[in-house]
Design a protein around this ligand. Sequence first.
Ligand code: KG4
Ligand code: ZN
Length: 341
Amino acid sequence: MARTLLGIESSCDDTAAALVRGREVLSSVVAGQGGLHAAYGGVVPEIAARAHAETLDTVVAEALRTAGLRLAEVDGIAVTAGPGLIGGVLAGVMTAKALAAATGKPLIGVNHLAGHALTPRLTDDLAYPYLMLLVSGGHCQFLIVRGAEDFTRLGGTIDDAPGEAFDKVARLLGLAQPGGPSVEAAAEAGDPARFALPRPLLDRPGCDLSFSGLKTAVLRERDRLVAAQGGLWRQDRADLCASFQAAVRDVLVAKTRRALDRYAEESPAAPACAVAGGVAANRSLRAALAASCAEAGVQFVAPPLALCTDNAAMIAYAGQELMEAGHRSGLDLGARPRWPL
Ligand code: KG4
Ligand code: ZN
């Protein structure tokens, strides 16, 4: 019988708890804090930490209630122990420790990035090793995932994460936050070929990426248009969004092909490439990655969006794999703001 784990996640601006048994998600509760930070143009760590501390108990109770379980019935408590905003991570770790101490249940500290990277095994029949592209507002990296604790990082962004670039471009063009969905919506009516935006680092070998210059190029085009015509027309916005989205997509697809070549050197029996992170919601990117993987003869796995973005089911699932591997954390488990895989 598979173990049932409670997962807790509070490393950024979502307070989340979930119950997972084997590959079955019994409940997954995510309480966002978007509204609290809206006036500041970004997540304010102190406000986030306070909100996590106030919300965690309720969110855990809600996850148990939805799953129809009592805490006494779970087999372990998994919690994000980093990387992330330290105040939020601490709030989650302290909650998990208190629950573990009170019940005597095993405690398992989980790396947030490992949670994202293992999600495709929760949703799909996926054997190790597989290639993982993690693209969110905070992360961007290629990983070969060989096991719950065995990752090889092939490359990643050297500046902004792609979601961050989408958010900044939306801000530059006066579109709503989060920027990804609003840029994607505006891009639908746009011409991706109108602006010749750069494809950063494509000329360099390896799997590293860069998005900050792309955002600056959009800023330059915007300022040029404003100077020339006194403002931005709706079509200008649409064309800028479409050109920007196409540039991000092209770079991600090209670098994924390189990462696939590196991964192929391992001769995986059932080659697969998975994506996770909020940017994986982008339809143009998903379609291009799917086509590219099909061409390379590699299975493409994109978990449902609710499991791609920050959630606690991924932490519970990763905790389960770690527990099976004999992993346990002590009540001295600490919070790590930085924790590379
Ligand atoms: O994974 P996530 O929910 O949170 C973290 O960053 O950890 O990702 C959020 C990011 C935001 O930057 C948002 O703009 C981006 O994902 N995003 C998108 C889309 N939907 C969300 N980016 C591009 N296209 C989208 N449709
Ligand atoms: Zn995340």
